[in-house]
Design a protein around this ligand. Structure first.
Ligand SMILES: Nc1ncnc2c1ncn2[C@@H]1O[C@H](COP(=O)(O)OP(=O)(O)OP(=O)(O)O)[C@@H](O)[C@H]1O
Ligand SMILES: [Mg+2]
Length: 310
């Protein structure tokens, strides 16, 4: 079987921030080694100050490593030509506040020497993709946090990059914006692009990432496939349609016969995200519909829904 090629190779990367006089201030990364494969979504996790943004800036060549090597697309990170194949959504927006969305994308398109016709095509497609058609002529200083994140993503994609680096892509987004952002990230993978993202929102990372690395104090602590890391090695889960008490007792008897311990039988629950999104969807389709009753026992918008298998 062919191994997918590595888009990023990081070897023994360390970064020490120094003060004005060259004295050591903070060791932000300690001997980090990891690979990111073509076509995967890779998540960088870790508490505040663990070195995630530093890693991204080293990848982009915005910072120089103290020791170690980074290669991207087989070239050293210091080779700035590689940045034409990279899109970057920074943690903090650095976009020009007095430009509107159209002007912003046009400006960044020009930086990449994209022709006028192509710029217009990409700008329209991206504005539609990130859901900002209604606000494309408004100056970015009037944008909400979530809208700023959306135009930031559109900007990161204007050069049709092969690798996209997203620093906290879902921060500040409401659940609908978060779902859209996650869908957009999955679309990027479907288009064959590679994505590296960092986030504190662990549920979002779990939903979209193929592999993750957890940093702590600048050191790599855990790395692997999300499904492998989270899969229980000591328990088995079987999902069935609703069982009668009699059937359940028979199942328990079978388990005893096979020396297995019966732990619990429960109805699977959906996520709060499912409930929120369904409520918004129903509110749009049936404005008069409510699920509120005095005793809190109203039906749920998710009742009679196909629940996702857990
Ligand atoms: N320009 C800088 N000068 C000095 N120290 C810095 C600089 N940038 C980052 N640091 C320090 O390096 C460490 C790692 O910071 P980094 O921004 O990479 O963390 P992070 O994992 O992205 O955190 P967060 O989750 O808060 O975004 C922190 O201790 C931080 O204070
Ligand atoms: Mg950061």
């Amino acid at each position: 079987m062919n191994q997918p090629e590595n888009v990023i190779e990081i070897r023994n990367l360390s970064k020490v921030y120094r003060d004005f006089w060259g004295r050591k201030k903070v060791q932000a990364l300690k001997s980090l080694s990891l690979d990111v494969k073509k076509g995967e979504i890779f998540g960088l996790l870790g508490p505040n100050g663990s070195g995630k943004t530093t890693t991204m800036k080293l990848l982009l060549g915005l910072l120089f490593p103290t020791t170690g090597d980074v290669s991207m697309f087989g070239e050293p990170a210091s080779n700035v030509e590689k940045n034409e194949k990279i899109g970057y959504l920074p943690e903090e927006s650095y976009l020009y506040r007095f430009l509107n969305a159209d002007e912003t994308l046009d400006f960044y398109g020009r930086l990449f020497n994209i022709s006028s016709d192509e710029r217009k095509k990409r700008r329209d497609a991206l504005i539609e993709r990130v859901g900002l058609q209604h606000a494309r002529k408004r100056q970015l200083k009037e944008y909400s946090k979530g809208m700023t994140r959306r135009i930031g993503l559109a900007q990161a994609l204007i050069n049709d990059p092969d690798l996209v680096l997203l620093d906290e892509p879902t921060s500040g987004l409401d659940p609908i914006g978060t779902r859209d952002m996650k869908d957009m990230i999955l679309d990027l993978r479907d288009q064959g692009k590679t994505v590296v993202m960092c986030s504190h929102l662990l549920a979002d990372v779990q939903d979209v990432c193929d592999r993750i690395a957890i940093l702590y104090g600048g050191e790599l602590k855990v790395m692997g496939r999300v499904d492998e890391l989270l899969k229980s090695k000591e328990q088995e889960q079987i999902l069935t349609s609703t069982l009668s008490d009699e059937a359940l007792n028979e199942v328990k008897a079978v388990l005893v016969k096979h020396n297995a311990e019966f732990i619990s039988a429960d109805r699977p629950t959906a996520t709060l995200e499912d409930l929120f999104l369904k409520t918004v969807q129903i509110s749009q389709a049936q404005p008069g519909k409510r699920f509120v009753s005095a005793d809190d026992k109203a039906e749920s918008p998710l009742d009679n829904e196909e629940k996702p298998a857990t």
